[in-house]
Design a protein around this ligand. Structure first.
Ligand SMILES: Nc1ncnc2c1ncn2[C@@H]1O[C@H](COP(=O)(O)OP(=O)(O)O)[C@@H](O)[C@H]1O
Ligand SMILES: [Mg+2]
Length: 296
C-alpha cells in the first residue's frame, strides 16, 4: 500500500454500551518469559519508506517484531528511529507534510488499510514518549484512565477502580501511589510520572507498547525502575523501544535493530538480530563501531 498524503483524522467516538469493559481484551496471565526469537510476529513492518515533504528519511525498512519480546531500535540521532516508531502506530500522519510507503501488519492485518480506523491502531499500539507527559493538574487515577475516552473505550464506574489498580500495578507504580490516587499527577517525580504514562497506555490493554527514549529525561534510579517495568511487561506486551543507551539496550531487549543514515541518504537498518549477537558478534563493522561507542 502506498499513501501519498495524509489528513489528520480526529479520534472517533463510536457508540458503545454503558458497561463496555468486556470490549477490553483480557490481560494475559501465565505467559512464559520468551526465551528465543522464533515465536509469533506481532508487528511486521514491511518495506517502510518515509518522507517529510520531499525529504526522504527512511528507505525500505523491514523489521519483524516478535510477540512478547522487547525490540530495541538503536543508532545515531537523525537516522529515522522516531519516524519509524511513529509509523508503527499511525502518528507519522499527524505531521502535515508527512507521507510513507510500505505496510505495517499487526497480527497479519495492515494498520493502514483504509477500512481500519486510526483509533483502532492507536488503541492496540500504545506510545510512551521521551518526556513524561501526564496531565499535571489531573489526579493520578484520572491520568490512568485518560486514554480510554480518546480511544473510544468506556468503562463503568464500578470497574474503573479495578482498572486503575491493575494498570498502576503493571506499570510498577501502585505501591508508591495507592494512598494518593486523587493527588495531581504533576506532583510525582519524573520517574513516577513516566510510569504513570506507562500505566495510562496499559489501561487500554494494548498489544504493543512503543517507547521513544523513555528514560533519557530520568535519573539512573528512575531509569532502573522503568527498566524493571519493561522486564515485567515482557512476555505479555510486545515492546519496541528507542534508546541511545547501549547498556540499556543490552539489559532490556531481546533483539536490536541498528539504524543508520549515511551522508545525507535516508535512514535504513544496517543489521538486526538477537541482542547478544548484535553486541557480541555483529556482522557489520559499522554495528560493531556503534555498539562499542566509537561514533554516534
Ligand atoms: N516533523 C518533521 N518535519 C520535518 N523533518 C523531520 C520531522 N521530524 C523529523 N524530521 C527529520 O527526519 C529525519 C529523521 O528524524 P528522526 O526520526 O527524529 O530521527 P531519530 O529519532 O533517529 O533521531 C531527520 O532528518 C529529521 O530532521
Ligand atoms: Mg528520535
Amino acid at each position: 500500500m502506498t499513501v501519498d498524503s495524509f489528513v489528520a483524522v480526529a479520534p472517533e467516538a463510536p457508540a458503545l454500551p454503558d458497561d463496555a469493559t468486556q470490549l477490553l481484551p483480557p490481560v494475559p496471565t501465565g505467559v512464559p518469559t520468551p526465551t528465543g526469537l522464533g515465536t509469533r510476529v506481532a508487528l511486521d513492518a514491511r518495506s517502510i519508506s518515509a518522507w517529510f515533504g520531499t525529504h526522504k528519511v527512511l528507505e525500505r525498512v523491514s523489521l519483524a517484531m516478535p510477540a512478547g519480546h522487547v525490540t530495541a531500535l538503536i543508532g545515531p540521532s537523525g537516522c529515522g528511529k522516531s519516524t519509524f516508531l511513529r509509523i508503527l502506530n499511525r502518528m507519522h500522519e499527524l505531521v502535515p507534510s508527512a507521507s510513507l510507503a510500505g505496510e505495517v501488519l499487526l497480527d497479519g492485518q495492515d494498520i493502514y488499510d483504509p477500512a481500519r480506523r486510526v483509533t483502532d491502531a492507536r488503541r492496540s499500539i500504545g506510545m510512551v514518549f521521551q518526556k513524561p507527559n501526564p496531565f499535571p493538574a489531573m489526579s493520578i487515577q484520572d491520568n490512568v484512565t485518560a486514554g480510554l475516552a480518546l480511544t473510544g473505550v468506556r468503562v463503568s464506574a464500578a470497574d474503573r477502580a479495578a482498572l486503575v489498580e491493575e494498570s498502576l500495578t503493571r506499570a510498577g507504580l501502585w505501591s508508591e501511589v495507592k494512598d494518593r490516587l486523587r493527588s495531581p499527577g504533576g506532583g510525582l517525580s519524573g520517574g513516577q510520572q513516566q510510569r504513570l504514562c506507562i500505566a495510562r497506555s496499559l489501561a487500554v490493554r494494548p498489544q504493543v507498547l512503543l517507547m521513544d527514549e523513555p528514560c533519557s529525561a530520568l535519573d539512573p534510579t528512575s531509569t532502573r525502575r522503568v527498566e524493571e517495568t519493561i522486564g515485567a511487561l515482557r512476555g505479555e506486551v510486545t515492546i519496541v523501544i528507542v534508546t541511545h543507551n547501549m547498556q540499556q539496550a543490552a539489559r532490556v531487549s531481546d533483539q536490536c535493530a541498528f539504524f543508520l543514515a549515511e551522508q545525507g541518504t535516508p535512514g535504513g537498518i544496517v543489521e538486526h538480530g538477537p541482542t547478544a549477537q548484535m553486541f557480541g558478534s555483529p556482522a557489520d563493522p559499522r554495528t560493531e563501531d556503534y555498539v562499542n561507542g566509537r561514533f554516534g
